[in-house]
Write a protein that binds this ligand. Structure first.
Ligand code: SF4
Ligand code: SF4
Length: 177
């Protein structure tokens, strides 16, 4: 797969990152201690960790690392535009600030030398399994992994349905596209 290089001049992505950082700086203490949002963040983190450990035990990261070594990662330019300031805010709340190590040629903006620098991922990223990974997993493992991914996305959705009205009441949301 040919590599495209994300441009640091892209005003849209830079502005989205700035907005997410501003939201985090203004609201992190309230959100991290909110009676409903804090437990949902914990539950989401646990589901993300479960997906990661299940993927690890099935050998998916090893396949992807081999891909990266050959320069043919499936992360590609443009995916970063799927991430709005609200999903990036959730990443901040989970300790991922969207900063990758800059010395590496990137495809998606969030792709660094050790893979994706985000924790809370868009369904677009989570649901993709290439043919090689599907073959390596086999049907049963692939179905099991999709179930874990589905549970993670459900936790993301449950968090957002509480977080977004909270931000709205704080006057911090525009319409989500
Ligand atoms: S999902 Fe497949 S194509 Fe994408 S990085 Fe992993 S092994 Fe490579
Ligand atoms: S997994 Fe991360 S690096 Fe890859 S396309 Fe998605 S956001 Fe970008």
């Amino acid at each position: 797969m040919a590599k495209n290089t994300w441009s640091t001049d892209d005003p849209g992505i830079a502005a989205t990152l700035r907005r997410s950082r501003r939201l985090f700086q203004e609201h992190a203490p309230a959100l991290l201690h909110h009676a409903r949002i804090a437990p949902l963040l914990d539950r989401y983190r646990q589901s993300i960790d479960l997906t990661a450990s299940r993927s690890l035990s099935l050998g998916v990261p090893a396949s992807c690392a081999a891909c990266a070594g050959r320069g043919c990662l499936c992360c590609f330019e443009g995916v970063e535009r799927q991430y709005d300031e609200y999903l990036l805010l959730i990443n901040h709340l989970l300790g991922a600030d969207g900063q990758r190590e800059s010395a590496v040629e990137a495809v998606c903006h969030y792709c660094g030398p050790r893979g994706c620098c985000l924790v809370a991922k868009h369904s677009f990223c989570l649901n993709y399994f290439c043919q090689d990974v599907k073959l390596a997993l086999g049907a049963d493992s692939a179905t099991g992994l999709r179930g874990v991914v589905g549970a993670e996305l459900q936790c993301q959705w449950e968090l957002e349905r509480v977080l977004m009205p909270w931000l709205w009441s704080a006057g911090q949301t525009a319409h989500r596209g």
